[in-house]
Design a protein around this ligand. Sequence first.
Ligand code: SF4
Ligand code: SF4
Length: 408
Amino acid sequence: MTDRKTLNRRKFLGTTAGAVAGVLTLGRPSLSEEKERPQGKPGEPITRTLGRTGYKIPIVSMGVMNADNPELVRRAYEAGIRHFDTANVYQRGRNEEMVGRVLVEELKARDRVVIATKINIFPQQRNAPAAEIKDMHRKRLEESLRRLKTDYVDILYSHDVSDLAWLKNPAVVESLLEFKEQKKARFIGFSTHQNMNEVIKAAMEMKIHDVVLTSLNYSLYDYTEYLETLKKAAAQGLGLVAMKTQCQQAWYRESVPAEMRRFYEGPIIHSALLKWALRHEFITTAVPGFTTFEQLNADMPVAYNLEYTEEEKKFLEDRLVRQQMAAVCRACGQCQPTCPRGVDLPTILRAHMYAASYGNFYQARETLDGLESSRSIKACADCERCAARCVRGVNIARRLEELRILLA
Ligand code: SF4
Ligand code: SF4
């Protein structure tokens, strides 16, 4: 276990002392246009302002979802993290309880941190009458505030918004605006893992959201339309928080030749992928979901220096790494029509990521349980041969099989 001294800021700077300044050109427009990155002042993390909220926060935050160790939250705070992202559904509310207990009760840091939580309404509940949807929102926010031991959250997200109908659902919109009016939520927004480009573009027209929590990782390096949308959204004042930044998954390693696997080992993957996301200046901060002190130690130096080390450059420039990125599901939904039963493949593949990549079986099950059974993996049970095809080469049948085994 890492001791506190390891989290000393000087040590972080020391860790990145070998960083090489300069422009990294990977031959893609999104990176070749990069300018030299700013570095934090000595001993201080780089901070950015979260859109119209005005919150100035370090570029590395904590996605608490996968963590169940209160000491890790405490260490994250001591290391300088000031934005903590949780949700009502994480660990059936215990995740929020931990955040409230450590940050509000024990550290008495309520006024020094930005707490973001989410109200999740499962897909199978989304067709309920408007009054019921509003009632669910009210009850869930009250429960979250009680667990977080506070009378307001800084950011309240409508969770898992992947279609325009839910984004614009009047009961959802009115609930969020009501909470803001009542000052139970200082700022409002939504999280999106799927169809991100479309929902963010629609949100820019709606002009009621303050913050968007969205997926951004290296597998999206050539999705220029999405990157452009994010840039425009930030220019319009939307605060952008990046999640799913470190798309490292065990199956990449398995599918590359043994001699290349060195690129997939060790903490450089973590830091290289996190830096790639944060070098997009339209992103204010990222919420890596570290679960160990070692991962916190690997992520935190990134808050002080976004320059790539030679090793990180080598990793990101490697042809095989880029090829393997094609095996990361972008949740684009283009495989949907290829499944004759209409199962919700992007959501099921997200559940695969929770289980296979994060080791968070609880969240994987919750994600699957939230789907109508006709759209869940249950619908695959008596399907003789998977006909679903990914436009990018994700082996869908294999992922479904892995998920079944992992959750058995
Ligand atoms: S499996 Fe492929 S087609 Fe389906 S959502 Fe993922 S990236 Fe898109
Ligand atoms: S196994 Fe494949 S084709 Fe069959 S229902 Fe499931 S996703 Fe669809």
